[in-house]
Design a binder for this molecule. Structure first.
Ligand code: DMJ
Length: 595
């Protein structure tokens, strides 16, 4: 609708009365004649001045009319075409705009889910698991202890750069904390000030213990990988979440004590090192190290270099990465399980698994690429090639349920055996998709997630065995998942719930929360110890005699319960995947900003 036309110009003239002493005649015709006569009697100048004043008054009247008319329309009238654009384009945002796709039904076609990516979950409507809305502490605490941490949040803003495009996936470097190669201007400090964390009584108690009791000056052998992912990773993560430099000092001390492990002829580290004497050595029976072990310490050592400014940690582990990148003996990106510390060559060639001894090699390719701000393309390429290798050589479907599983290859022979450890893979694939990798990866992630859930669900206790075998024959007497007596224990491992966490974060599909809730119920029912804690069990197929082992691995608290907690939270900013990358023991480390 357009504004009404302006009023027609006023055609009346101003009457200037000049009394000539005539008798009064107030008739209309006389008045008209008299006005016209008087107008004629005026000089040209007088007439022009009067006309100018009239025109000016008409213009003022017109402008004032159009202004009040548009104000009225803004209040209630219909907008003009131009006004519609101005009013409607920046629509007012709802207080909590939904950023996640609508929840999917359990039987949703995975390909439909793919079309929704990369959206994030909506607020919950209904679900059984508890709703957690606890956020990581806010930046900007007034607590004086946070000054150091706050400084770190005010780093120079680097413009984002697109660094790689792979199969149409445009991959942007993440904004994060400082890249190690920018290091020089002092030690970076935590990205997440955490005054609240520091005030928690549990934190205070733990801090006191670390400060007074955690002493690494001990004549004791530790496994390089296990202690890196647990102790070094845990200290670095705590430093970031608390802003307390005690944890960084401890991390640096511990990192220094691990360094002798790299003093080998090949620079491929030994499996063990004595943190008191500094003597490193391989296991007694071999000079080999495990491939997953030497390739899954990089996130932690790189971060230690970034924080301390001492490049030796990063150089040591990146030597290993480069060496393995160019080593022969791989099969389409798949790596053998062992590497010799003297020769630097793979050993036990021809055996390929995504399970024990190789698993986290694949996980850390992706996670280092993410940690480094998506700039280290060699890591990405190795990861992408490996996923293609998995698809080409290790994937099969079971019968009768057609579950997609990842088997093993030994000298060309396929084995339908899948460790529960392999269940990290759906989560890792989903994490990659979240960071821009091909959506085909998500199809595989969804299918494998279903399989891992079934590995739990089909057991009498609802808990997965350590190793599952899959039936690939069409025989009515056989189920999809077969468990051998030696493999039917459960060590409270995290991999299934770890992947459920990633799948939920990336798809927003509540069935993943429900599956996690089901598994938590099973842990409570069959592994919980009345007097406190949880225990590994010997038999996931017996509800009557699961046989607790009286042993709770530290990863149950460090990973399994943490991932369940995160799975049940509907806050995607709680340890956001855009700002943190979890090490293989579930300790969050910051993503660096691009160089
Ligand atoms: C954890 O210690 C790590 O995730 C490691 O990479 C292998 N798996 C165990 C827990 O199962």
């Amino acid at each position: 609708m357009y504004p009404p036309p302006p009023p027609a110009p006023h055609r009346d003239f101003i009457s200037v009365t000049l009394s000539l002493g005539e008798s009064y005649d107030n008739s209309k015709s006389r008045r008209r004649r008299s006005c016209w006569r008087k107008w004629k009697q005026l000089s040209r100048l007088q007439r022009n001045v009067i006309l100018f004043l009239l025109a000016f008054l008409v213009l003022c009247a017109f402008l004032s009319y159009t202004h009040s008319s548009s104000q009225w329309k803004a209040l209630g009238g219909s907008p003009t075409e131009g006004e519609r654009l101005r009013v409607e384009v920046p629509r007012p945002k709802p207080a909590n705009p939904p950023v996640l796709p609508a929840p999917q039904k359990a039987d949703t076609n995975p390909e439909d889910v793919l079309t929704m990516l990369p959206q994030k979950p909506q607020k919950p409507v209904w679900r059984r698991p508890p709703r957690l809305q606890i956020r990581a502490p806010d930046i900007g605490s007034k607590d004086g202890t946070q000054g150091e941490a706050l400084r770190n949040t005010r780093q120079e803003e680097t413009p984002l750069r697109t660094v790689i495009s792979w199969r149409g996936a445009v991959i942007e470097p993440e904004q994060g904390t400082e890249h190690p190669s920018k290091k020089a201007a002092g030690v970076p400090t935590p990205s997440l000030p955490a005054a609240r964390t520091q005030k928690e009584p549990e934190f205070k108690e733990a801090r006191t213990w670390v400060s007074t009791k955690l002493n690494f000056e001990k004549d004791v052998d530790v496994n390089l990988f296990e202690s890196t992912i647990r102790i070094l990773g845990g200290l670095l993560s705590t430093y970031h979440l608390s802003g307390d430099s005690l944890f960084l000092r401890k991390a640096e001390d511990f990192g220094n004590r691990l360094m002798p492990a790299f003093a080998t002829p090949s620079k491929i580290p030994y499996s063990d090192v004595n943190i008191g004497t500094g003597v490193a050595h391989p296991p007694r029976w071999t000079s080999d190290s495990t491939v997953a072990e030497v390739t899954s310490i990089q996130l932690e050592f790189r971060e230690l270099s970034r924080l301390t400014g001492n490049k030796k940690f990063q150089e040591a582990v990146e030597n290993v990465t480069r060496h393995i990148h160019s080593l022969s003996g791989k099969k389409d990106g798949l790596v053998p399980m062992f590497i010799n510390t003297h020769s630097g060559l793979f050993t036990h060639l021809g055996v390929f698994t995504l399970g024990a001894r190789a698993d986290s090699y694949y996980e850390y390719l992706l996670k280092q690429w993410i940690q480094g701000g998506k700039t280290e393309t060699q890591l990405l390429e190795d990861y992408l090639v490996a996923i293609e290798g998995i698809k080409a050589h290790l994937l099969r479907r079971s019968e009768p349920g057609k579950l997609v599983f990842v088997g093993e290859l030994a000298h060309g022979r396929f084995s339908a055996k899948m460790d529960h450890l392999v269940c990290f893979l759906p989560g890792t694939l989903a994490l990659g998709v979240h960071h821009g990798l091909p959506t085909e990866h998500m199809e595989l992630a969804l299918a494998l997630m279903e399989t891992c859930y079934q590995m739990n669900h089909q057991m009498e206790t609802g808990l997965s065995p350590e190793i599952a075998h899959f039936n690939t024959f069409s025989r009515p007497d056989l189920k999809d998942v077969i468990v051998k007596p030696a493999d039917r224990h459960n060590l409270l491992r995290p991999e299934t719930v770890e992947s459920l966490f990633y799948l939920y974060r990336v798809t927003g599909d509540r069935k993943y929360q429900d599956w996690g809730w089901e598994i938590l119920q099973s842990f409570n029912k069959y592994t919980r110890v009345r007097s406190g804690g949880y225990s590994s069990i010997n038999n996931v197929q017996s509800t009557q005699k699961p046989e607790p082992r009286d042993k709770m691995e530290s990863f149950f608290l460090g990973e399994t319960l943490k991932y369940l907690y995160l799975l049940f939270s509907d806050d995607p900013d709680l340890l956001s995947l855009d700002h943190y990358v979890f090490n293989t023991e579930a300790h969050p480390l910051p993503i660096w900003s691009p160089v």
